[in-house]
Design a protein around this ligand. Structure first.
Ligand code: KIV
Length: 286
């Protein structure tokens, strides 16, 4: 197999230096990963949003490390070029328990076949980032709206709108960069603040609901492809309507089976007529 070079954290830093925007998208399965990789996406995030858009939970809190690893492995089998980042799930890492955090990240990287991990949280997460980076694990930070803390935050709302909250986010970003994070997701952050952070930091910022001034953008696959129809957040854009396409295809299939027009001869198999006539044997599936 020819060697294909994967995107690395160094490529991302170079992209920021060149002013080249960084597209990232979430992904949770082999087939979609193959499609995204072939389309040329430089970073794929196996996000714990899978708890909502794939598993139908009301938040990301039900997602376990084993679930993350299961999906990350599947994604990794479809990816040749993109960098694969895996979310560490809720309550599997903490600054008050660095050995457990390291064990979680080690399993996520080794068993999930990922090149980096992502952790949610501001300044309090800097010791975790430092410990993981010191062990050779690249870490992407995630500040602003951090869905794993939804019950502390009280709702999915924009963060950093007041002077005090904005200052807290600036301090968090600086602390995470200093601790060694290679990039930062900014979720639901006012566009002017996200732009300021992007200019202030040397590491790339990847925005979701954080305006055009970020160094990159991330979207949830099921939102972007129009697969998840329960709700569409304001910051999400539908680039396709795959749920509609799938519904139409399913309706056509149901109609054809009911009408007896599927399968036709093009989707069936022949056999030796003398045997077929004589024994009524089953036609094997190839
Ligand atoms: O889990 C996820 O999909 C994420 C993105 C929203 C950044 O963390």
């Amino acid at each position: 197999m020819p060697f294909v070079r994967r995107t690395t954290i160094h490529d991302l830093w170079e992209m920021k230096k060149r002013g080249e925007k960084i597209p990232m998208m979430t992904c949770y399965d082999y087939t979609s990963a193959k499609t995204l990789d072939e389309a040329g996406i430089p970073i794929i995030l196996v996000g714990d949003s899978l708890g909502m858009v794939v598993l139908g939970h009301e938040s990301t809190l039900r997602v376990t490390l084993d679930m993350m690893i299961h999906h990350s492995k599947a994604v990794s089998r479809g990816v040749k070029k993109a960098m694969l980042v895996i979310d560490l799930p809720f309550a599997t890492y903490s600054s008050s328990d660095l050995p457990t955090s390291l064990k979680t990240a080690g399993r996520a990287m080794a068993e999930g076949c990922a090149q980096a991990v992502k952790v949610e949280g501001g300044r309090r997460m800097a010791p975790v980032v430092g410990a993981l980076v010191a062990s050779g694990i690249p870490v992407m930070g995630h500040i602003g709206l951090t869905p794993q803390s939804i019950h502390m935050i009280g709702g999915y709302r924009v963060q950093g709108r007041s002077q005090e909250a904005a200052e807290r986010l600036i301090l968090a970003a600086q602390a995470l960069e200093k601790a060694g994070a290679f990039a930062l997701v900014l979720e639901l952050v006012p566009a002017p603040l996200a732009e300021k952070l992007s200019k202030m930091l040397t590491i790339p910022t990847i925005g979701i609901g954080a305006g055009p001034g970020c160094d990159g953008q991330v979207q949830v696959f099921h939102d972007a492809m129009g697969l998840f129809e329960d709700f569409l957040p304001k910051h999400a854009k539908r680039y396709a309507n795959l749920a509609g396409t799938m519904r139409d295809a399913a309706k056509k299939y149901i109609e054809e089976v009911r009408a007896g027009t599927f399968p036709d001869s093009a989707h069936s198999f022949d056999m030796d007529q003398t045997i077929a006539g004589g024994t009524g044997a089953q036609v094997p599936r190839k």
